[in-house]
Design a protein around this ligand. Structure first.
Ligand SMILES: *Cc1c(COP(=O)(O)O)cnc(C)c1O
Length: 225
């Protein structure tokens, strides 16, 4: 199976309106170009240095999505070109993104990451704290970020009912925010959830963006996790 074959196999399973982010972390420019030639334009990376290197050397019509945990001091390097930042997990980082976007003369689409998994290691806002947190801050003053929806990762488990529960929690949160705090905000429309092993469950639960790596490009070594 080639990368193009893998992509096509995934594409036929995606309903209209569900976008595919091809997660290319640790993969080479050659592998990315193979996906590019098969028509893929959205790629996801989780390391700033690696992303900048790829952005510099690959076609400029690629939309790069940052999907990892982002540190404040690294925002500046990606602000000029990043298409979406998926894992905004604090107001501090959101404010930094806003500042750097302003310097770059851009409005950067951002997703709020929620902690939905039972695993402790995952980043994100807690579902209970979100709305209160947002209403205490002046999100509307952050003119250079477009808060475009939510993102989350389910627990890495074989337990389908647990994964379903976590994805449906995220979907519920999205709708709560969409009809509450973000009411009337047209940007707020994405639910980024689902990876190689659970993306079909994510779609059943309302995902609008799946982030798929190993099913397209093959397994990564542990160092790339
Ligand atoms: C690596 C990664 C993915 C893709 O994982 P696969 O299991 O290879 O599909 C998706 N989302 C995030 C946040 C990741 O870090």
């Amino acid at each position: 199976m080639t990368i193009a074959d893998n992509l096509n196999k995934i594409r036929v399973t995606l309903p209209t309106g569900v976008q595919l982010v091809a997660v290319s972390k640790t993969k080479s420019n050659e592998e990315i170009m193979e996906a590019y030639r098969a028509g893929q334009r959205i790629f996801g990376e989780n390391k700033v240095q690696e992303l900048v290197r790829k952005w510099e050397s690959l076609p400029k019509d690629i939309e790069w999505h940052f999907i990892g945990h982002l540190q404040s001091n690294k925002v500046k390097a990606i602000a000029p070109f990043i298409s979406m930042i998926h894992a905004v997990d604090s107001l501090k980082i959101l404010k930094t993104i806003n500042e750097e976007a302003q310097h770059a003369g851009r409005i950067i689409p951002c997703l709020l990451q929620f902690h939905i998994a039972s695993e402790e290691s995952k980043f994100g806002f807690l579902p209970d704290e979100a709305e209160e947190l947002f209403s205490m801050t002046h999100l509307s003053e952050l003119l250079n970020v477009a808060i475009s929806g939510v993102m989350g990762m389910a627990t890495n488990t074989e337990d389908v009912s647990e994964i379903n529960r976590e994805f449906s929690t995220l979907c519920g949160l999205f709708h709560q925010l969409k009809t509450g705090f973000f009411q009337g905000n047209d940007h707020f429309r994405e639910i980024s959830m689902g990876m190689s092993h659970d993306y079909l469950l994510a779609i059943e639960n309302g995902s609008t963006m799946v982030r798929i790596g190993s099913t397209i490009f093959g397994e990564r070594c542990i160092a790339g996790k």
